[in-house]
Design a protein around this ligand. Structure first.
Ligand SMILES: [Zn+2]
Length: 154
């Protein structure tokens, strides 16, 4: 069975479901995985342009100059193809949290969203923000889009 909830990220879905009254043991017995998704606008390929982000923009992503030495950043200048917006179409960012024994134990002990997120990341979960960064570095979307649609989570 698939179900949809509106939350910030995958780990907060767990705490949300339990807040709604589901017994933790029922959740851990039945839940296989959670996928969080955010849609961001794609940079228009007709007017995509390389540029140097400001320190402020990098700061918004919680990155410093030295984190992005080898990286290239892009934005859309605006053209006829994109009605001057610099964007055309959308793409999904995903966060895929697979239930592990460790996560099940944390859920059974009513662990916080932060604790669930930390454990999930240690078990290999790529966060929405990290997915966004990869799309920025691939020239698919902008810093602005990722900052607006995702939260920084360590
Ligand atoms: Zn364009």
């Amino acid at each position: 069975m698939f179900s949809t909830l509106h939350t910030n990220d995958a780990p907060s879905s767990v705490t949300r479901i339990i807040d709604l009254g589901l017994e933790p043991f029922l959740l851990t017995a039945t839940l296989e995985a959670i996928i969080a998704q955010r849609l961001v606008r794609r940079i228009c390929v007709a007017c995509r342009t390389e540029y140097e982000p400001t320190d402020e923009e990098l700061f918004e992503l919680e990155l410093t100059r030295s984190d992005v030495v080898e990286r290239t950043f892009f934005y859309g200048k605006g053209c006829k193809e994109c009605n001057g917006t610099g964007y055309r179409g959308r793409i999904g960012l995903f966060e895929f949290m697979v239930m592990t024994d460790r996560l099940r134990e944390l859920i059974m002990t009513s662990a916080s969203t932060a604790a669930l997120r930390k454990a999930a990341q240690e078990d290999g979960m790529r966060t929405l923000r990290e997915s966004g960064l990869l799309h920025i570095f691939d020239g698919i979307t902008t810093i602005e889009e990722v900052v607006r649609e995702t939260i920084a989570v360590g």
